[in-house]
Design a binder for this molecule. Structure first.
Ligand code: UGA
Length: 369
């Protein structure tokens, strides 16, 4: 899209936000809102951007906030802009890393939050080519929709990982359980894949920020605290599985880790469950050699291998942490040949178990005995 925009002359890059803002009618704020030291979202980038463009905005232009911001931030932006003729509209973004362009062009919904109906209509008109339900609401509701959606999705994942733990205890297969649940339209089959826990640059910070927002307004969002606790327990549970596979201790064990990114089709390592689990393995005395098709620089304490087989050389246990397609159909004969022991923890439930069992691998997954 960037190439296309540059070629057609519709997209131009300039240095400095003020330079970009001078002649435009719509101004999108898409800056990061990282987690501050107390768990609340840090608005300094947003305020800096608003302060920079405020003085140069053309009359009657509209500032659109795409960043994930706490309730009330539309008013903060308005105040920092200091422009009574400029409307501020909240228009949260729901795209995912790795499928951002598709998600942007085919959204499930477009949410617009504004006190100013005519500004809301002007922003809505930008989406006329997009076939999706569009809702206009007040800014606080729009901002809450974004946090509540991410918090709900994280809740779904912690719930399914907790169900996976029950499946292991009672001898059920979580894949079948999820399939059976998903046919119920009220539940739906999406976003129910059990795994090593959820991570990335959004869910961890947004769940904590939502707890913080609730706290600030006198509500203890205990349910969401539980969702985060279950997630942290999941990292520990996967580390336990690797330890059990290694014979009860990781001291001196060599572990091959397939995958470092927080999910496939991104090179993002921020709050990656894979790194959380590897850190725990190293703390327990394991030597970890990892391979990830999207990572070229080894994170602290991790040795990086050049391919998935090199990672397995001399390993006592292989643990699969990211659902890259490269890991689904490897040459298991080669894996068996180079590993010291044929033991696998498949924390994404993606490997072909029958193929592994034919080669006499011991395999455990998540939620399947
Ligand atoms: C998430 C939301 O899905 C987007 O809707 C939202 O716009 C975005 O955050 C944001 O706030 O900007 P993203 O962080 O790219 O998108 O990642 P997801 O695809 O949601 O995955 C998050 C985590 O959940 C990953 O660790 C992934 O492996 C895990 N996951 C996801 C599962 O374990 N099982 C699943 O079935 C789905």
């Amino acid at each position: 899209l960037v190439d296309e925009g540059l070629r057609s002359g519709k997209l131009r890059f300039v240095v400095g936000a003020a330079e970009a803002a001078k002649e435009a009618e719509f101004h999108y704020l898409c800056v990061p809102t990282p987690q501050g030291p107390d768990g609340a979202a840090d608005l300094s980038y947003l305020e800096a951007a608003a302060a920079e463009i405020g003085p140069v905005l053309p009359n009657d232009s509209v500032v659109v906030n795409k960043s994930t911001v706490p309730v009330g931030s539309t008013r903060v932006v308005s105040r920092v802009l200091g422009r009574s003729d400029v409307a501020v509209v909240s228009n949260p973004e729901f795209l995912r890393e790795g499928s951002a362009v598709h998600d942007f062009l085919h959204p499930d919904r477009v949410v617009i939050g504004s006190e100013d109906q005519s500004a809301a209509v002007r922003v809505a008109s930008l989406y006329l080519g997009v076939a999706a339900p569009m809702m206009v609401t007040d800014p606080a509701s729009a901002e809450t929709i974004k946090y509540a959606s991410n918090a709900f999705l994280a809740t779904k994942l912690s719930f399914v990982n907790a169900v996976a733990a029950v499946c292991e205890a009672v001898g059920a297969d979580v894949n079948d359980v999820v399939l059976g649940m998903g046919y119920d339209k009220r539940i739906g089959s999406e976003f129910l894949r059990p795994g090593p826990g959820w991570g990335g640059s959004c869910f961890p910070k947004d769940t904590r920020a939502m707890i913080h927002i609730a706290d600030d307004h006198g509500y203890d969002f205990d349910l969401l605290r539980g969702v985060i606790t279950v997630n942290e327990e999941q990292f520990e549970r996967v580390a336990d599985k690797v330890s059990d596979m290694a014979g009860g201790t990781l001291d001196g064990a060599r572990v091959a880790a397939w995958g470092l990114t927080f999910k496939a089709r991104t090179d993002d390592l921020r709050e990656s469950p894979a790194l959380e689990i590897i850190r725990r393995l190293i703390e327990r005395g394991a030597e970890v050699v990892a391979y990830d098709p999207a990572v070229e620089t080894a994170p602290d304490g991790v040795t990086l291998a050049s391919d998935l087989y090199a990672a397995c050389e001399g390993a006592n246990v292989l643990v699969v942490l990211t659902e890259w397609d490269d890991f689904r159909w490897p040459d298991f004969d080669k894996v068996a040949e180079v590993m010291a022991d044929r033991r696998v923890v498949d924390a994404r439930n993606i490997l072909d178990r029958a193929a592994l069992q034919r080669l006499e691998f011991d395999v455990v997954g998540i939620g399947r005995t």
